[in-house]
Design a protein around this ligand. Structure first.
Ligand SMILES: Nc1ncnc2c1ncn2[C@@H]1O[C@H](COP(=O)(O)OP(=O)(O)OP(=O)(O)O)[C@@H](O)[C@H]1O
Ligand SMILES: [Mg+2]
Length: 392
């Protein structure tokens, strides 16, 4: 698929910007701070309803404006769909598809698919478990949009159950109500957990292969899902198998495991007033050789692991028969020659790749494509030597 048109209003630093885009490579070049990343962030938002830089929507709205609007025209199998999102701080966002309102913004998920690699991805390796859970859930939702519903159901149940545990802690709650919420948590949690386990099984092999290509002299990496539920050993180790297979770990099997675990920790939960079991406590362990990457991998290796996770995401989505738009935000400058080459190889073959860079020299020579010069509030076609064309 490709994004044919991107338009933003009051998004980040942009009062207004419109870009006509084509398949192949498009490089946005311009000095630091002119709004290059803001534009690709908008494209990523259309695909995921989230930003790769911030957890909340408020910073996406231009200072002083009430709402931001992002519009995109997406071409897939010769068919064009228009998506429009209105982002309002503190209120539910609104979405339109082909100019008709849809009931929930998440109904647009799946129309545009992107894989975005950015400097922030270092946090996938070095950051808190929440970063890796977000990586898994975002990819899960891009592959299977129905998981957006599963995620939001789970979050709602978790909020309500956590609130109940807090009151229980003060001795003011009816514990039989907690049983009901245990049931809800186990049901929605099992659905999310099953999705994540299936995803980790599918991506573990491609990630290890990508890492071996970009960092052949380092120890191999392995991915392992660590659950707050005592899964059988077989389940855990199967996630590193390269054939992508996992012994039938479906939601129906996981639900009773979650329920048992909730019963086991009930007293502790009431004492502490927090929900101790469920996918919100899990992590994706990234192993480098014999131990964890976190705390041990070098800066370059950490980068290579993050890159491998994104390359694997890209390959997985391609294997699903929907080639996503690849977005590379300011990443070439950070990579050594081998990694640049590996990434440039993938980018060159991609149906569409959007790249941001501060200077031309950061973009590998072989990645010639459309060059857009971004400067104080405008985007213009230009050539590598710097001559500019029409304003958009
Ligand atoms: N909500 C907002 N309202 C107004 N301006 C904003 C908002 N959010 C970010 N900005 C501004 O956008 C600019 C950063 O834009 P962006 O991150 O796209 O730059 P960039 O061109 O990618 O730069 P670099 O080359 O350094 O990565 C900053 O000047 C920042 O102050
Ligand atoms: Mg940037």
């Amino acid at each position: 698929m490709h994004l044919r048109h991107l338009a933003v209003t009051d998004f980040r630093s942009w009062e207004q910007a419109e870009l006509d885009l084509e398949p192949g490579a498009t490089v946005l070049v311009g000095p630091n701070g002119v709004g290059k990343t803001n534009l690709v962030e908008a494209a990523g938002y259309l695909a995921t309803l989230g930003s790769h830089r911030v957890a909340s929507d408020a910073p996406l709205i231009r200072r002083g404006a009430e709402r931001a609007v992002v519009r995109g025209a997406v071409v897939h199998h010769g068919r064009e769909l228009h998506v429009e999102l209105e982002i309002t701080a503190g209120r539910a966002n609104r979405a339109r598809v082909n100019r008709a309102p849809v009931s929930r913004p998440r109904d647009v998920l799946g129309i545009l698919r992107t894989v975005l690699f950015a400097p922030e991805d270092l946090a996938l390796v070095r950051g808190d478990p929440g970063e890796r859970r977000r990586f898994l859930d975002e990819l899960l939702t891009i592959r299977h949009p129905r998981y957006a519903g599963v995620r939001s159901d789970y979050d709602r149940v978790l909020r309500q159950r956590s609130a109940l545990l807090k009151t229980a802690r003060g001795g003011r709650a009816d514990l039989s109500t907690l049983d009901v919420w245990d049931g809800h948590l186990a049901r929605t949690g099992a659905a999310l957990l099953a999705g994540r386990l299936e995803l980790v099984a599918a991506i573990a092999g491609p990630a290890a292969e990508a890492f071996a290509e970009v960092a052949p002299t380092s120890d191999p990496i392995a991915l392992r899902y660590r659950s707050s539920v005592a899964l059988q050993e077989g389940h855990l180790h199967a996630t590193t198998r390269h054939d992508g297979g996992l012994p039938a770990t479906n939601a129906a099997e996981l639900e009773p495991l979650l329920l048992d675990e909730l019963a086991r920790v009930r007293r502790q939960e009431v004492e502490r007033g927090v929900c101790l079991v469920g996918p919100h406590r899990d992590d994706l362990d990234l192993m480098l050789g014999p131990g964890p990457a976190k705390g041990y991998a070098s800066h370059g290796e950490s980068w290579a692991i993050a890159l491998s996770l994104r390359l694997a995401s890209y390959r997985l989505l391609c294997a699903d028969d929907v080639e996503p738009v690849l977005i590379l935000d300011d990443v070439f400058a950070e990579l050594d020659t081998r990694r640049r080459r590996a990434l440039a190889d993938v980018a060159r073959r991609a149906e569409q790749v959007l790249i941001t860079a501060a200077v031309d020299e950061d973009v590998p020579e072989g990645l010639a494509g459309t060059r857009l010069a971004v400067s104080g509030g405008s985007v213009a076609h230009s050539t590598r030597t710097g001559s500019s064309g029409a304003r958009q």
